[in-house]
Write a protein that binds this ligand. Structure first.
Ligand code: S3P
Length: 176
């Protein structure tokens, strides 16, 4: 177990299915840092899944809530890892805000890798792809990822998602 001495906020960002929640948790356990999963917090606070929030309140409501939560979590005292939603950085000036308030880490993956993870995972429960036919999913991921890449790539650190290790977090610490 390693101890962190610097005060730092790490924002883990990337497309859905890239492993944000997984790596935030693993890194948090290994480096004894509290982890906040934004989707999980929103779902608990709303008593509804992201899918239900999108359906019942609309995407705009979700994005506003997400943006408020980001600012709350990002300005709390102490070290922390924040696992963002896939769309968090692309809404308003959230990416710039994160870069001003902590270390942004983009977990990069190809559309094919993302598709594989989403199919294994819970693709059905993700609102932005729930109405996409399986044979169109790869195209959809490709398109959406390309739209978002210019923002994701503003991250201070970029990791190749399939090759990430627990020790990669040392890299984050050295950038704190
Ligand atoms: C979204 C990704 C989801 C969730 C919401 C919107 C997006 O998070 O925040 O469904 O816009 O890409 P994950 O990336 O954790 O699936």
């Amino acid at each position: 177990m390693k101890t962190v001495h610097l005060c730092m906020v790490v924002f883990v960002i990337g497309f859905m299915g890239c492993g944000k929640s997984f790596w935030a948790r693993r890194w948090g356990q290994a480096y004894r840092m509290p982890v906040h999963d934004m989707d999980e917090i929103i779902e608990t606070e709303e008593g509804a899944t992201c899918m239900e929030i999108f359906e019942n309140r609309g995407e705009q409501y979700f994005r506003e809530k997400e943006t408020r939560l980001l600012r709350q979590l990002g300005t709390m005292a102490g070290d922390r890892i924040i696992s963002c939603g896939g769309g968090t950085p692309v809404y308003k000036d959230n990416m710039q805000w994160m870069n001003e308030h902590g270390l942004t880490v983009f977990l990069s993956a190809t559309p094919e890798q993302l598709l594989q993870n989403l199919l294994q995972d819970k693709a059905i429960h993700r609102p932005l792809i729930k109405n996409v036919q399986p044979n169109e999913l790869l195209f959809h991921i490709h398109k959406k990822l390309n739209e978002r890449l210019p923002v994701y790539r503003q991250a201070k650190l970029i990791f190749n998602a399939p090759e990430i290790t627990v020790e990669d977090f040392e890299n984050c610490l050295s950038h704190a």
